[in-house]
Design a protein around this ligand. Structure first.
Ligand code: UD2
Length: 309
């Protein structure tokens, strides 16, 4: 049994990690400021975990939360590209200052390793596909800059203080428990939620924008593998967590509509500011060095997601 601290535990990815770790019999402690997370996501494991409502900007609170912890799975953040475009300062405070507070607390508490929820947005308008970790980042949005900055912080904490770290660049994770009721929610959650309510979703752009949509189970497995990976790879190294396949927004719309039995054609609006046109992962580094295999497939994942909402 290991001791895990999950930041953002009431969010989509944090709560999914918590469920798996509890099932495996680990000690799970979690923090969340509940600004975007929801305790309903933890309802069935609430008695099996230790939860504290805490903000990542609370440096003193983080110090005590890190005591006795082996692994930190750092999922807490103000996610969303458009949210960061609208309010870069607030997202900077949570995403960068909050991560720095956590790293300082982890260093002082001698935590064994931190696994960080990095983002494919770091590649920005880097034109080459698929994206490889060694490519020069070209972030387009404040969110992308913030996520990338924290990768560098994690690398520097390894070099300066020996704190082990792994950065997982998530590529558009989707699945059950993803919030759907905010304009900042992920596109699959929003489309599903709207179609189920009989509303026609809007595709921003021409519908040919593509993403490497990755089902939540694959992201959970990447985190677990990152915790047990040899120390040589926990030097702040970056790993793509995608599938190696992409789907256009038109395809995603059609696939969800098909599953729900929704017949209206999509509305089209202007492209979103800060958006990347195409995003596709090369996952060979994660496969080779972490043993990562994205076993959960897109259409099966979509079926489970639609069934959940
Ligand atoms: C970015 C990151 C992703 C993760 C996420 C966290 C990239 C390539 N991906 O996801 O890894 O960090 O941020 O928030 O940067 N859209 C519509 N209609 C809607 C909503 C969205 O057309 O109602 C479009 C949106 O303009 C975009 C695509 O769907 O082209 C995906 O948007 P998203 O917000 O689900 O995720 P994205 O790609 O910004």
């Amino acid at each position: 049994m290991a001791r895990y601290l999950i930041t953002g535990i009431a969010g989509f990815i944090g709560s999914s990690l918590a469920h798996t770790l509890v099932d495996q019999g680990h000690y799970v402690q979690g923090i969340d400021n509940l600004s975007t997370g929801n305790l309903d996501n933890l309802a069935d494991i609430r008695d099996a975990i230790s939860f504290q409502q805490m903000d990542l900007r609370d440096a003193a609170g983080l110090k005590s939360a890190c005591e006795g912890i082996d692994y930190i799975l750092h999922q807490g953040a103000l996610a969303s590209v458009p949210r960061s475009v609208k309010d870069p300062v607030t997202s900077h405070e949570s995403n960068i200052n909050g991560t720095l507070n956590l790293l300082l607390a982890a260093r002082d508490a001698r935590v064994r390793r931190i696994v960080y929820a990095a983002s494919s947005s770091a590649y920005g308008d880097q034109p080459t596909q698929p994206k490889q970790e060694d490519m020069l980042p070209r972030p387009l949005s404040p969110y992308a800059v913030q996520k990338l900055t924290c990768e560098y912080y994690i690398q520097s904490f390894y070099r300066a203080y020996g704190l082990e770290g792994i950065c997982l660049r998530y590529f558009n994770i989707f699945g059950p428990r993803q919030a759907a009721d905010s304009p900042y929610s992920g596109v699959i959650a929003q489309f599903t939620y709207k179609m189920m309510a009989g509303e026609t979703p809007t595709i921003f752009g021409d519908g040919l924008t593509s993403r490497d949509f990755n089902f939540i189970d694959n992201a959970v497995s990447a985190n677990l593998l990152a915790c047990v990976a040899p120390s040589e790879v926990a030097t702040g190294r970056v790993f793509n967590v995608g599938t190696g396949k992409s789907h256009t927004l038109n395809d995603v719309y059609a696939a969800i509509a098909d599953q729900i039995g929704f017949s209206s054609k999509p509305n089209y609006g202007p492209p979103r500011e800060g958006d990347i046109k195409h995003s596709l992962a090369d996952i060979s580094r994660a496969t080779k060095e972490l043993g990562y295999q994205p076993k959960a497939q897109f259409h099966e994942g979509l079926r489970k997601t639609v069934a959940w909402y």
